[in-house]
Unconditional design. Structure first.
Length: 321
């Protein structure tokens, strides 16, 4: 009986490591937007992204959350980080949370935009200046430069600022009108690292529709009541339902609660015969329908949660880190 042949011995296979292919011409990076309250950071973000994703009002410190705005071109993806305006007057847990958001936003970004108002640079701007990183390129963005009564004052203002930090660039803009925004985008792109995009080309933000809807409502409250209403106000979305619309597309049913700290604030929000709350709801619904590109029914309630902005549990439950 013949012996069976020995099975062949497999030769060791050499595994070659293949370097990933990286587009050496496309740039991607995070860009933090810093500045004192009410210099137009959110307006700037909305202009850079091309759509309203961050709320604006004349009341300082409107923005409370870290919000990503995404803009993608054929050559770069810009991931903008809007931050709350830095201030030192309020000491509640809510504002401590907002300051953490500012510090976190600066960490690990490719570029920082330090936004100031043309012709004005005071102690609050100086406080933000002290926070600027020394190892990250910083562009000084002089916003509202078109609103200067004397345009000739812009040059000495730029000269005074130029020695205060090793700026990567100084760019006067108007976020409201869009003036010189292309120049700003060009300066930012030069500083972004070569890297593939992190988001899809049509993404505008990392925030959910529920979050954006709550912000739209909060904006209308600020715009209607301004300085009459203190900072202890927030908006919670209780219900967000979608169903097919009879006309096609979708129809959204939204119920939200405006939370305030005092019963007097509740009466102020509701107004005589509920008129103020109806106006807030009407204005908010118009913006929400534009955002969602669908018809919607919006129902608003007002509740009092005394001292919520100093309660760690409530601050966290309302979406603040």
């Amino acid at each position: 009986m013949s012996e069976l042949p020995e099975p062949p011995v497999n030769e060791p296979v050499e595994i070659l490591e293949v370097e990933p292919v990286v587009d050496s011409t496309f740039r991607t990076g995070m860009v933090a937007i810093l500045g004192r309250p009410n210099v137009g950071k959110s307006t700037l973000l909305n202009r850079l992204v091309g759509q309203k994703i961050s709320i604006t009002s004349r009341k300082a410190q409107t923005t409370r959350h870290r919000i990503l705005g995404i803009a993608t071109t054929t050559t770069a993806q810009f991931i903008f980080v809007d931050t709350p305006g830095f201030q030192t007057r309020h000491k509640s847990l809510l504002h401590k949370s907002m300051h953490r958001a500012i510090r976190d936003a600066v960490s690990g970004v490719a570029v920082v935009l330090f936004v100031v108002e043309g012709g004005r640079f005071g102690p609050e701007d100086q406080a933000v200046l002290q926070l600027l990183p020394t190892d990250t390129p910083v562009i000084l963005v002089i916003n509202k430069s078109d609103a200067l009564d004397d345009k000739r004052s812009l040059l000495p203002f730029l000269q005074a600022r130029s020695t205060e930090h090793p700026w990567a660039a100084l760019v006067p803009v108007s976020a409201k009108t869009g003036s010189q925004m292309d120049d700003l985008v060009d300066e930012i792109e030069k500083l972004l690292p070569f890297a593939p995009p992190l988001f899809d080309a049509d993404d505008l933000t990392d925030r959910s529709e529920r979050f954006l809807v709550s912000e739209m409502i909060r904006e209308k409250v600020f715009r209607q009541l301004g300085d009459e209403l203190p900072y202890g106000m927030t908006v919670v979305i209780d219900r967000f339902l979608e169903e097919p619309s009879l006309e096609g597309g979708r129809f959204c049913k939204i119920s939200a609660t405006i939370v305030v700290e005092r019963s007097g604030h509740k009466a102020m929000l509701i107004g005589s015969g509920g008129g103020k709350l109806k106006l807030i709801g009407s204005e908010a619904r118009a913006d929400i329908e534009k955002l969602l590109q669908s018809r919607c029914h919006l129902e608003l309630w007002v509740k009092v949660k005394s001292g919520w902005s100093d309660s760690a549990a409530l601050v966290k439950s309302f979406g603040y880190d």
